[in-house]
Design a binder for this molecule. Structure first.
Ligand code: MD6
Ligand code: FE
Length: 215
């Protein structure tokens, strides 16, 4: 995508998807370069990797984490772990710019005092998808999740509280931030296969940061 198109597509404003879930358009636009720079440091010690689901499938989304806990999956199941299984070391510290953005977005959506202790970082190449799932491994389901989209745009699938509910489609663009909690916290959601596109800051990738309170 060219810079010109990007400027046209980027919006500001708030879109409530349902009670508890809001998209803050362009909330991370001004900080995007700084966020990606900090990410560059994280992946030196905790590189992106393709984890394996409990069912034995290699995930097409590449993942890493920062913060006190990281989300991991392997043949034994999903869990949050204080150490990176690849290195045996703690996950990289959550950068100050990550924390501030997550807290500002949460507050803007009405969740004061959000103190995330985990940041799952997803990287999508073209063709990569994320099938419908619920986020329910976090101990405190009262805390919201803050989700930051960077780079290539995607279609977010926004489902219901049961898997059978047909999801609606929400475009998420570079710089958009979704805050999601309360009655929406356990909704099913996913990402449609990512189109082959180009973004000046991420190339052919989409990067997603999801901040959670785990412990
Ligand atoms: C993604 N996000 O946007 C995947 N989960 O790449 C998620 O799975 C997600 O964005 C919970 C809350 C917000 C999210
Ligand atoms: Fe999720």
């Amino acid at each position: 995508m060219h810079l010109f198109d990007e400027a046209e597509l980027s919006q500001t404003g708030r879109e409530e998807l349902c009670p508890g879930a809001i998209v803050l358009r362009g909330f991370a636009l001004a900080g995007a370069t700084t966020l990606l720079e900090a990410l560059g440091h994280i992946i030196i010690t905790a590189p992106f990797r393709h984890m394996v689901t409990p069912g034995g499938f290699r995930m097409s989304v590449a993942m890493t984490n920062c913060g006190s806990y990281g989300w991991v999956t392997d043949h034994t199941g999903y869990r949050y772990d204080a150490t990176d299984p690849e290195s045996g070391q703690p996950w990289p510290k959550m950068p100050g710019v990550f924390l501030k953005l997550a807290q500002d977005a949460a507050a803007s959506a009405g969740f004061e005092d959000f103190t995330p202790d985990a940041c799952l970082i997803n990287r999508y190449a073209s063709g990569t998808r994320l099938s419908l799932h619920q986020d329910k491994n976090e101990r405190d389901l009262n805390a919201p999740i803050v989700s930051v989209s960077l780079g290539v745009p995607v279609i977010f699938l926004w489902g219901g509280l049961r898997r059978e509910v047909r999801p609606s489609r929400v475009p998420l663009l570079h710089g958009d931030v979704m805050v999601w909690g309360g009655p929406a916290r356990l909704r099913y959601h996913g990402i449609l296969p990512v189109k082959q596109e180009y973004h000046p800051l991420t190339g052919s990738h989409r990067i997603n940061l999801t901040f959670r309170k785990v412990a």
